[in-house]
Design a protein around this ligand. Structure first.
Ligand code: RFL
Length: 408
């Protein structure tokens, strides 16, 4: 391949999703020479509607780094969620249970748009339509190889999602699990804003509704593994949602109108054992994949980026390697803690495969567990802190594993 453009950078970043953009903006604002290469067009990247719940600690971090103007202006605070089981709704006031920590509801595509603008202002405009084909020389000065392009870097940050190029550098280092069901996901219109996340446990399967902005919401339905979106009609989706959320509760919810797009989420979890390979670091979905339960994927991606940026800054600016040395250990620890939280929530929200023809025992058991999450006490406090992403561990003996104050 002929190289038409040779460049060098202190930090080369692959991928302009939330992880890559946060790292790029923070590093560039601190004066680091960053080169960010993105495979897709700017238009495509800015149009990806995915996550929407921003944890407290992530909002705080973005604010501390001057990256939260849009989020603070338009992100609506949410401090409670509802869980429905056997027709009963339990309100979990996680803001009260955690001592005041809340989410901001702000669509991922809006955050990405803001971060692209911030990276450009900081002197690091992402280069769109530039797929990286390989990362080489990880032990020396790593190189990003693209079509007619070679960038020699001091460090590389792979933020290129689950099919990361880093897989070829250390194959077989991912531990993954495929859940025995999938989720249908649909962006829908609603006749009034969804005031809280709703999770419904039902013998037919889980259903969920997540607030987005204005008249939009994201609806989820548990479906058989490898189910096809084409099998579901808009009426079928609305009817299943109504049945699973239970008559009286459904009457109280915003009415689901248009079904704007339907997709299938293959429910799986994955953590790579090594988030650092020599001078190449992994962040975000490149390092771990979470199911959407608990809304942690984007938040953990930002936490990784914050950790990587702190380590790289210490290394490049202050010549201290301590933070970078602990990167892989810290990221793996937090990824597993978050997987555990997400998995625990999934177990609560889904009946096991072997539930049998009479699931009433298991449903009643879940109602009991949900009741505990809604009532003040250590279980509820722990759930509330994790769910809101407070950045503070309610159990002083527990590992904190979150963005800390010194990140600011
Ligand atoms: P991203 O966002 O996938 O960005 C990776 C970027 O890398 C680019 N890329 C390359 N660029 C150059 N060269 C290459 N060889 C490249 N290969 C890939 C891609 O084009 C892309 O732009 O990863 P990142 O930054 O790690 O961010 C992760 C989050 O996007 C993800 O965890 C969340 O969206 C997950 N997720 C949710 N997370 C939450 O915290 N809360 C939620 O409510 C939530 N809802 C969701 C979700 C994910 C969903 N889908 C579709 C997977 C809802 C959905 C439907």
């Amino acid at each position: 391949m002929t190289v038409t453009l040779r460049a060098s950078a202190q930090v080369g970043i692959v991928g302009a999703g939330p992880a890559g953009l946060v790292a790029a903006a923070v590093l560039a604002r601190a004066g680091v020479d960053v080169c960010l290469l993105e495979r897709d067009s700017r238009q495509d990247v800015e149009a990806r509607a995915r996550a929407g719940l921003i944890e407290h600690r992530v909002a705080e971090y973005l604010q501390d780094h001057g990256l939260a103007a849009g989020l603070l202006a338009d992100g609506v605070r949410h401090g409670f969620c509802d869980m429905v089981c056997e027709g009963r709704r339990t309100r979990i006031d996680y803001a009260a249970l955690s001592g005041g920590f809340t989410h901001r509801v702000y669509p991922q595509q809006a955050l990405v748009r803001d971060l692209i603008a911030q990276a450009r202002t900081a002197g690091c405009p992402p280069r769109f339509g530039r797929p990286v084909r390989a990362v080489t020389d990880t032990a020396g000065r790593p190189r990003l190889i693209g079509d007619g392009l070679e960038v020699v870097c001091d460090y590389v940050l792979c933020c290129d999602g689950p099919h990361t190029l880093a897989e070829s550098l250390a194959p077989g280092t991912a531990r993954a699990f495929r859940y025995p069901y999938d989720w249908l996901t649909a962006l829908v219109t609603v006749d009034r804003p969804v005031e809280a996340v709703l999770y419904a446990v039902h013998a037919d399967g889980f259903a969920g509704l997540m607030p987005r902005t204005g008249d939009r919401a994201r609806l989820y339905l548990q479906v058989p593994r490898e189910d096809r979106a084409g099998r579901w009609t808009p009426d079928g989706i609305r009817a299943a949602f109504r049945t699973r959320t239970g008559g009286p509760v459904a009457d109280d919810l915003p009415a689901v109108g248009e079904i704007l797009d339907v997709g299938m989420l293959r429910m799986r979890g994955m953590v790579r054992d090594r988030a650092r390979l020599g001078r190449v670091l992994l962040a975000g979905d490149a390092a771990h994949v979470l199911t959407p339960s608990g809304a942690k994927g984007l938040n953990l991606a930002v936490a990784d980026a914050a950790d990587a940026a702190r380590g790289l800054l210490a290394r490049l600016r202050d010549r201290s390697g301590a933070d970078l040395a602990g990167y892989a250990r810290r990221r793996a620890a937090e990824a597993w803690q978050t997987q555990e939280f997400s998995d625990r929530l999934l177990t609560l929200l889904h009946l096991p495969e072997a539930a049998g023809p009479d699931p009433r025992f298991l449903l009643r058991l879940r109602r009991e567990r949900i009741r505990h999450l809604g009532r003040p006490g250590p279980r509820a406090a722990a759930f509330a802190h994790w769910y809101a992403g407070s950045g503070r561990d309610p159990d002083p003996r527990g590992p904190v594993g979150v963005l800390r104050a010194e990140d600011g």
